[in-house]
Design a protein around this ligand. Structure first.
Ligand code: DCS
Length: 283
């Protein structure tokens, strides 16, 4: 059985208990990260841990470990569970206190949980692309914080799932922001477009790595939001996330993208991205 971290205790998952007045459980008062592991190697762990601490600061949640200790705990978990390829899920909440909306006065110890999940790379999606639908972006206005408050994303993703689609592409008043759990990108006449970094989207780690790939392959980037109409008229579309890597989008609502299969630039980005993965066999 694989182990999990509950605070500073490494234990069997079935031994772990969460208090009913944990503020993560009652308010979603916490943050999370998902870190990919390839062949036992953490990928971009530093960047994920940096974002974890930044988001905790934004919410005034005190993480009781240094970044180095956090990295060591995540590394130890991967080793203990002999994780090959998959991911680490980690979260921290404001801790346990009698239920009040305002922060508990006694500064309870934050509740930290981390566990691993085995999972192969999404090779079929990477190769063939995925279908997506538009959905209103009904989330709060601090989407730059990777909060446990995910209902807006959950409802959008559920609608996509019910329609046999992989992702919901969110928009506010016709301006495309991001996917329910991904960043989205369009390529038109050899230029890549994507929503700029601000409070309306999460600054994805995969987005950062992918933009480095664009620089390497000479693809110009314009960080400018697309309208829904522009998004539908792109030559190529794709999304990025820790678990999705660089996944082509071949359909948005009823519109088939390009010729209905992943585009040339997307393939070049995938190849450049894959070259960065720790000792991976190229698929
Ligand atoms: C709203 C949102 N935007 C963008 C991203 C992409 O960010 P990363 O490139 O840093 O992953 C995510 C990732 N969500 C994680 C990734 O996998 N599963 C999740 O819930 C996300 O939830």
């Amino acid at each position: 059985m694989s182990k999990i971290w509950l605070n500073e205790q490494l234990m069997e998952q079935q031994q772990a208990t969460v208090q009913i007045e944990d503020r993560g459980f009652q308010f979603g008062d916490g943050i999370y990260e998902v870190i990919k592991v390839y062949n036992g190697n953490l990928f971009t762990a530093e960047q994920h841990i940096d974002r974890f601490y930044r988001c905790a600061d934004e919410l005034k949640i005190v993480i009781p470990y240094t970044k180095d200790k956090m990295h060591q705990m995540i590394y130890e978990l991967v080793e203990e569970n002999e994780l090959g390829t998959g991911h680490v899920y980690m979260q921290i909440t404001r801790g346990v206190a009698p239920r009040t909306h305002y922060f508990p006065g006694n500064n309870p110890q934050a509740t930290f949980v981390a566990y691993t999940t085995e999972g192969a790379r999404p090779v079929n999606n990477l190769k063939n692309g995925v279908k997506t639908i538009f959905q209103d972006d009904i989330r709060w206005l601090r989407c730059d914080i990777k909060s446990l408050n995910l209902l807006g994303a959950v409802l959008a993703k559920q609608t996509a799932h019910e329609q046999g689609c992989y992702e919901a592409v969110l928009h506010r008043d016709e301006i495309v922001t991001e996917g329910s759990s991904s960043n989205v990108f369009g390529i038109k006449e050899g230029v890549l477009y994507t929503h700029p970094i601000n409070n309306y989207i999460l600054n994805g780690i995969t987005r950062m790595v992918m933009l480095e790939c664009c620089r390497e392959i000479g693809l110009p980037v314009v960080e400018e939001a697309m309208t829904k109409t522009q998004f539908k008229s792109m030559d190529e579309l794709f999304l990025t996330s820790t678990t999705s890597e660089v996944t082509p989008i071949v359909q948005i609502d009823e519109v088939v993208v390009g010729e209905g299969h992943p585009g040339e630039w997307t393939r070049k980005i995938q190849q450049a991205f894959e070259a960065k993965l720790p000792n991976m066999l190229v698929i």
